[in-house]
Design a protein around this ligand. Structure first.
Ligand code: ADP
Ligand code: ZN
Ligand code: ZN
Length: 732
């Protein structure tokens, strides 16, 4: 009997040996099997098929069932996933399972979507309508399917229920028929539709450069300022790719924020486009997976995890807003989809386009060291006037609900000219703290040791770390005073205040409290576009993707903490956010103005950013990181550990550090920092600690992590805590 090494979705970095009974069909690596593990039945993926096992064969269980007769993974994806499991030190079983749609993880068949339809049986054809006169519903249903078969999802249109049809089936009068849907080849009918824009010089140059090398791997950075027409470049490049019958994969940060981009794709190509969004049912997800694999979809658009979509004739990958942090998974398997995408493009030997107005410093570093090639779009479409950037020094100023008098004056001016004004404030709720005026007590979430945010509209205190809620206290918990006051400004308060100041102006507040669904968001955006709202207040949600042609003033409040954070990446995030928010203004040939309220107008990075733009800022920031040897000049991995008693997690990391200190692989270039409390030291009742390992060589860092993991699995304390490893972390 052969031995099969199977990857099971378990948090253990190993494969499990099973026997392949001679009577089961042939098994190939990449196919699913059903096995028993402990007292459970699990679905695992065959990885190696061997003649023998290191374990005595008598100890091995037999495979219960072979589910697939072929691999579920293309050779390239198979290679990438194995590489990734090794690189991110995440169990291969979990990695392979993660890359599959949920229904496949559960062992469901990879059948091509069948269409189910109700059809009339021979008996049904012969029976008289008269015989069903006491069952009028059945009579009607029979009459309908006598005329034509009814597809499963269409019956409600005819006012017929499945129950009625099932009753007919019991009488042998009809049947449910499964029709294998035929694979539709879009290539014969592929066309370019809609209005093709005349490219400007920069766009033309970019499209030609990419097209010229569209048959092999090149990583292109399309660095185009907001409104410079990146989407048109994507569309033109894809025209050629699709015309050759190849498919494309497009990654976006968040589907709900990119309806415009999707619309452009749909309008341009007469070819099937599949969208992988979070509200898809599991069956729909499987269907997209199958369509992609069969070559039936021309383009698949999705977020981070869409990188695992098995497109058979993949011809290009596009990553829009490549700097966006959502491409990094922050739970469980912490992969960076952008890096995996570049690796995939390389393995598939196809071009990849990373588009952004504010590329990640890692990406720019790769441009400067020759790994990626940059194309730039430096002009805004149809708008010659560059935006004006100014700071408002708020030192010693009387702010009203967070607004300086001079800013208020500006807002009035822009509104009087019938323009729209956008105010960015990255803080939901009414106030970020509730404080006792007598004794200074602050309402705090016990689970997270952090301040509660006051949400006046819901009469609640909410913790933005763990989402716990509480009613607003009438009295101070400490001194019983009833004089408790909100401190600081959130979007809810800002909205209230502006309503009082401008009673006749319509205001849209775009944040997670106000906008709960994609549908509401679209309604709000439509209303803004129609000029329904003149003041737009918003958090991050308003900063991404959307263009507002009539916004002429953008102001940013309360962003100073970004300049002085303990996390060295915060300035980069701030610069990206600033440019993205600023990019919402001045699109329709109108002069745009950006005002930044700050206590630190002299901050050097801020000045660089405002006067010389993102790329000067980025060069400076990269230089600074080089001086102190921080990523991307070196490599980081962080071990995170957490516990509920604030003792074991730190001890665990201390033991890990002690081992590393005496490990022969630790050399002069190895730098260890920690254990230290995480930036959010307590969350949801758990204390969080971390240990950082830095090394300029990726290989060497990998070696140190391998040693660490071997050690961790032998430590008794490991079982008492929760731990994980984050390779190339994007936050501390
Ligand atoms: P971004 O670079 O910010 O993604 P978009 O691709 O959204 O910019 O383009 C901004 C606007 O300019 C869109 O309305 C788009 O239709 C328009 N546009 C892009 N290219 C051209 C062009 N060559 N001629 C005219 N309009 C264009
Ligand atoms: Zn008090
Ligand atoms: Zn909390």
């Amino acid at each position: 009997m052969l031995v099969v090494q199977i990857a099971l979705p378990l948090p253990l970095p190993r494969l499990f040996d099973y026997l392949l009974p001679p009577d089961v069909p042939q098994l190939v690596p990449g196919a699913r099997t059903q096995v028993s593990f402990g007292n459970r039945t699990m679905i695992g993926i065959a990885v190696n098929i061997l003649e023998n096992s290191k374990l005595p064969l008598t100890q091995l269980k037999k495979i219960e069932k072979v589910i697939d007769d072929q691999s579920l993974f293309s050779p390239v994806l198979w290679h990438i996933l194995h590489w990734a499991a090794n690189y991110y030190h995440f169990p291969i079983g979990e990695v392979l399972s993660h890359a599959l749609p949920v229904l496949l993880r559960q062992g469901k068949p990879t059948r091509i979507n069948t269409m189910r339809k109700w059809i009339i049986s021979d008996a049904g054809r012969k029976v008289t309508m008269e015989s069903l006169k006491y069952a009028p519903k059945q009579q009607k249903a029979l009459a309908t399917i006598l005329k034509q078969p009814l597809y499963y999802n269409q019956i409600s249109k005819h006012n017929i229920t499945h129950a009625t049809l099932k009753s007919l089936r019991t009488k042998g009068l009809c049947d449910l028929y499964e029709e294998a849907s035929t694979i539709i080849d879009w290539r014969n009918n592929f066309k370019i539709k809609g209005k093709r824009l005349d490219l400007n010089k920069d766009q033309e140059f970019a499209v030609q450069a990419i097209n010229k090398e569209r048959n092999s791997y090149v990583a292109w950075l399309l660095a185009g300022i907001t409104g410079s027409g990146k989407t048109e470049v994507y569309l033109r490049v894809l025209e050629k790719i699709l015309a050759c019958g190849k498919q494309a994969l497009v990654l976006v940060p968040e589907i709900s924020l990119t309806p415009q981009t999707i619309k452009y794709f749909r309008e341009r190509f007469k070819a099937p486009i599949d969208i992988l969004h979070s509200s898809l049912k599991n069956s729909e997800r499987l269907s997209v997976w199958l369509r992609a694999r069969n070559g039936e979809s021309a383009i698949v658009i999705g977020t981070r995890s869409a990188i695992f979509t098995p497109l058979t004739r993949l011809g290009a990958i596009i990553i829009d807003e490549e700097h966006d942090t959502s491409y990094k998974q922050q739970e469980g398997w912490r992969y960076q989809a952008r890096d995996l995408a570049v690796f995939r493009a390389h393995q598939e030997n196809i071009p990849i386009i990373l588009g952004s107005a504010t590329p990640a410093l890692e990406t720019l570093h790769n441009v400067y060291n020759g790994k990626y090639r940059q194309l730039s779009l430096i002009k805004r479409i149809g708008n010659a006037k560059p935006t004006l950037h100014k700071t408002i020094n708020i030192k010693g100023q009387q702010l009203k609900s967070g607004l300086a008098p001079i800013l208020l004056k500006k807002i009035k001016q822009h509104l009087q000219n019938d323009n729209q004004v956008l105010i960015f404030l990255n803080r939901r709720g009414f106030s970020p703290a509730l404080i006792c005026h007598e004794c200074g007590w602050v309402a705090e979430c016990k689970l997270c040791d952090s301040y509660y945010t006051l949400h006046q509209y819901n009469h609640q205190l909410r913790c933005h770390h763990c989402n716990s809620k509480q009613t607003i206290p009438n009295q101070c918990f400490n001194c019983k005073s009833t004089h408790i006051i909100p401190v600081g400004v959130g979007t809810e308060q800002l909205e209230q205040y502006l309503h009082i100041l401008f009673p006749n102006i319509s205001i849209s507040r775009i944040d997670r409290d106000n906008i709960k669904s994609q549908c509401t968001l679209e309604k709000y955006f439509l209303n803004i576009h129609r000029g329904g709202a003149h003041i737009l207040i918003g958090t991050q949600m308003l900063a991404k993707g959307h263009h507002f042609p009539n916004v002429t003033l953008v102001s940013l409040l309360n962003v100073d903490n970004a300049l002085f954070s303990a996390d060295f990446r915060t300035t980069e995030r701030f610069a990206q956010l600033y440019i993205q928010v600023a990019g919402r203004t001045g699109r329709a040939g109108k002069q745009g103005e950006v005002l930044l309220q700050t206590y630190h107008p002299e901050h050097p990075l801020l000045k660089k950013l405002m006067h010389f733009g993102y790329f000067s800022f980025a060069k400076q920031a990269l230089l600074e990181r080089q001086l102190v040897q921080l990523p991307p000049w070196t490599n980081h991995a962080i071990f995170h550990a957490e516990d509920i008693d604030n003792c074991q997690a730190e001890t665990f990391l201390t033991q890990l550090r002690s081992m590393l200190e005496i490990n022969p692989n630790k050399d002069k270039k190895t730098w260890l920092m920690g254990p230290i409390p995480s930036l959010t030291p307590k969350k949801n009742g758990r204390w969080r600690w971390q240990l950082l390992i830095q090394h300029p060589s990726r290989q060497h860092l990998q070696l140190l992590i391998k040693c660490s993991l071997l050690f961790i699995y032998t430590l008794p304390i490991t079982r008492k805590i929760k731990w994980l490893i984050d390779i190339d972390p994007i936050e501390s």
